[in-house]
Write a protein that binds this ligand. Structure first.
Ligand code: PLP
Length: 428
């Protein structure tokens, strides 16, 4: 019998409709469901709750702004003070030279923005064949039109008929594959290369040594727009405010969302380097970039973002992530010896994945973890997603390791799984 009117994201509603779990409140690294169960929020909801749950100062920032002016459009000459202030603040901290900032409601918005800006730029420059957007296998860039079309997870592209044309994918840790693709297709056909510094949804794949600097060099050598999607890694998750800083790269366009507000309000931001914004800002230019969203620069979301960045900076949470990084890697590394574990990935910031030998085991292991007070999500390929809020402590990390170990122990080694009634691995 159906019990809900809500159509969940990336869900088999046939099984979810009668097994919803309602998360009712949160405090720090923990959430409580409506039955009163306390759960360690290991995925930080959807990778976003960087500063932890229940921060009153963000609620107060939102309430203050809502009482003054909840929102105002930034179409044409209009805008609001929080949008202007947030843009200034992002320019000051982003690893993008002389940046301008475009705002939206989330990550997929910013992916569409970047893909359109890259293509528009080449049309303006007269290189009209530069259309192809290159991404990596296993990549995830959201689920708007462009994100769906360029993403590296096949399940998200399947079943719609033709998507946006002129996309290509290369293996995710092979810079030479990008070089070959550029040579084979011709640089004059390639508009942009998108990459996540650490692939998130596709299973947590950190880059190989030197990979990101090498792909940046290839982009520079061939004039390809270098788009770095920091929707997950931005705002501290990789142990620096931006992963681009950690890996020594300079994006032409840097995309953020999630951690920009830690999820207290929906917001996305793209930081754009001068060669891409200049044609549209020139005094004499008649040019309009025909893009924008009703909630671009939403005043309350921007006020919340600034309060969130205040917390990140005041509590030095990126440094805390860096300090906890070895502890998380060690704790998850101990699971490697379990015969049910194929591999442990991570070692960058508070990002990890425990890859199970049989992807079908994921839902059963996650359910066991949840039953033992540790909220767990299964991502691409049957991996357990580990990306807790930055306020976790060493005991919390020990708890994650111990509960996963027990859940694995409870799994018969040869198991016909019949997991149809359990939550399925997610392509988000
Ligand atoms: N890009 C990356 C790397 C992401 O991980 C996500 C979401 O998980 C997105 C883009 C899309 O963001 P949103 O879901 O806010 O649209």
């Amino acid at each position: 019998m159906e019990t809900t009117a809500l159509w969940h994201s990336q869900a088999r509603m046939g099984t979810v409709k009668s097994s919803e779990r309602v998360i009712a409140r949160g405090e720090g690294a923990y959430v409580w469901d409506e039955e009163g169960n306390r759960l360690l929020d290991v995925p930080a909801s959807l990778w976003y709750c960087n500063i932890g749950h229940g921060r009153a100062e963000l609620a107060e920032a939102a309430a203050r702004q809502m009482r003054t002016l909840a929102a105002y459009s930034n179409f044409q000459q209009f805008t609001s003070r929080p949008s202007l202030e947030l843009a200034e603040r992002l320019v000051a901290i982003a690893p993008v030279e002389n940046a301008k900032v475009f705002l939206g409601s989330g990550g997929s918005d910013m992916v569409d923005f970047a893909a359109k800006l890259a293509r528009r730029t080449w049309q303006l420059r007269g290189e009209t064949q530069r259309l192809t957007i290159v991404t990596r296998e296993q990549s995830y860039h959201g689920l708007h039109g462009f994100g769906t079309s360029i993403g590296g997870l096949a399940a998200n592209r399947a079943g719609y008929g033709p998507l946006i044309e002129d996309t290509a994918r290369v293996p995710h840790d092979d810079a030479e594959a990008l070089e070959r693709l550029v040579r084979d297709r011709g640089a004059e056909t390639i508009a942009a290369f998108f990459c996540e510094p650490v692939i998130g949804t596709g299973g947590v794949h950190p880059p190989g040594e030197g990979y990101l600097r090498r792909v940046e060099e290839i982009c520079r050598a061939h004039g390809i727009v270098f788009v770095v999607d920091e929707v997950i890694t931005g705002f501290g998750r990789a142990g620096e405010m931006f992963a681009s800083d950690r890996f020594g790269i300079r994006p032409d366009i840097l995309l953020t969302a999630k951690g920009i507000t830690s999820g207290y309000a929906p917001l996305g931001a793209a930081m754009v380097a001068a060669p891409l914004w200049e044609p549209f800002w020139d005094d004499g230019a008649e040019l309009t970039f025909h893009h924008g969203l009703t909630y671009s620069g939403h005043a309350t979301a921007c006020a919340v973002a600034m309060a969130n960045i205040d917390v990140l900076e005041r509590e030095e949470l990126a440094a805390r992530v860096r300090a906890l990084e070895p502890k998380l890697a060690r704790t998850l590394g101990q699971l490697r010896d379990d015969p049910r574990v194929a591999e442990m990935r991570g070692g960058i910031g508070l990002l990890g994945a425990v890859q199970l030998r049989d992807p079908a085991w994921g839902p059963r292991v996650a359910a066991e973890c949840i039953a033992n007070g540790v909220l767990m999500r299964v991502i691409e390929g049957g991996a357990l997603q580990v990306s807790p809020p930055f306020v976790v402590d060493e005991d919390d990390i020990d708890l994650i390791g111990a509960v996963i170990a027990d859940a694995l122990e409870a799994l018969p080694l040869e198991m016909p799984l019949g997991a149809a009634s359990l939550p399925q691995p997610s392509s988000q």
